[in-house]
Design a protein around this ligand. Sequence first.
Ligand code: NAP
Ligand code: HSE
Length: 430
Amino acid sequence: MKAPAPLRLGIAGLGTVGVGVLRIVAAQAETLALRTGRAIEVSAVSARSRGKDRGIDLTPYAWEDDPVALARRNDVDLFVELMGGSDGPAKAATEAALAAGKPVVTANKAMLALHGQALAELAEANDAPLRFEAAVAGGIPCVKALTEGLAGNAITRVSGVMNGTCNYILTRMEASGLPYAEVFKEADALGYLEADPTLDVGGIDAGHKLALLAAIAFGTQVDFEGVQLQGIERVSIDDIHRARDMGYRIKLLGEARRTPAGVEQSMRPTLVPAESPLGQLEGGTNMVVFEGDAVGQIVMRGAGAGEGPTASAVMADVADIARGLRIPPFGQPAATLAPPRRANAATHCAHYIRLNLRDEPGAMAKVATALGLAGISIDRMRQYDHAGDDAPVLIVTHPCAPSDMAGALDQVTATGVVHGEPVALQIQTP
Ligand code: NAP
Ligand code: HSE
């Protein structure tokens, strides 16, 4: 029997991930051919500067300066987009490949979070697969788990830590006792931060990833604008240590839930129990948690970034395309994805409140009364030793609506017995 023709890749972007993909294609050629039934080859590549030393021999591959031209080449069967950027050449070349009926594999969460619906429609109109395993949580095969392994479930919640840089910063602050600004500088020196660091520390990168998973999980059009975003820039070393003292760790936690009012999506610093799987997550590691009506809870943990892990995820998509697997980009036809129906974060949750209380008779009673009048009940409370006039106080509340907490903090401040702004953080709902 005649062997099937090789699958010929065109790779645009030869940075961390692109070079990783070239290495895997070369190192695993035999295994990939056995696993997919087809040889996988690279015919052409593209990047910004041709002369750059990338630590890898590029002479076997044709070179294109223009990624759109690369996508249209006759010797490219599958276009691999690894340049990044929500618009510009990444989007233009992806559209060119899809319009030509060619499959596309990308790691570009920014592009998909903003243009996912239009790209999925273009892909399906041209009968061309569009796959993005590497766009969410690096090496963790969570897109595949959701679209395939959990296809028989109504997914009720998607949560997790999806930005390794933020988890590195938060865990390093805790271990070193250094403030945010110092650890941010360390992360920068280690090359962990995106070119625009706000994407990491502002929660945007993780918000992109959450929006992609939520779309697949709930059968809705991807709705990044609907993610309530708060970054880690204002998390203080005090909060990290006090939270730990109360049995919690602070994580940049993403949560998407289906509720009767619509889909709630948030990415914000949140307290999680220190002994839980999320609480034990160290450094740049990611964790994605799915909850399905039939399966219960599924926890996936692994490297969320880096050459090997991200290229591993790209190759999973390439292998699926080589095998002939056809799954719509968001798990069901783009035309059937429901328009976004946003729900404000109304799910009740416990809160952590830190405040500096004037050390005078009746001060604590005034705070407790203000919270009580706002309908917020105290679960636990701790006052710390102090040398000056202000007593550091921590309060853990019973679950309440996040909107009630915002009003309650105004009332607490209005008592006049608190110095500075009280800090409130949500505690993850079990
Ligand atoms: P990177 O190291 O910055 O590499 C980007 C590559 O794209 C470079 O080779 C660059 O060329 C090329 N490029 C940029 N603009 C171009 C243009 N206008 N025309 C042609 N080539 C262009 O990025 P990366 O870390 O590999 O990330 C690539 C993608 O994977 C991004 O979407 C990123 O979000 C995603 N991703 C990355 C990771 C990770 O751990 N790095 C994890 C998950 C997802 P030059 O080299 O010549 O400058
Ligand atoms: N900047 C991302 C992170 C890696 O720190 O997790 C790319 O997704």
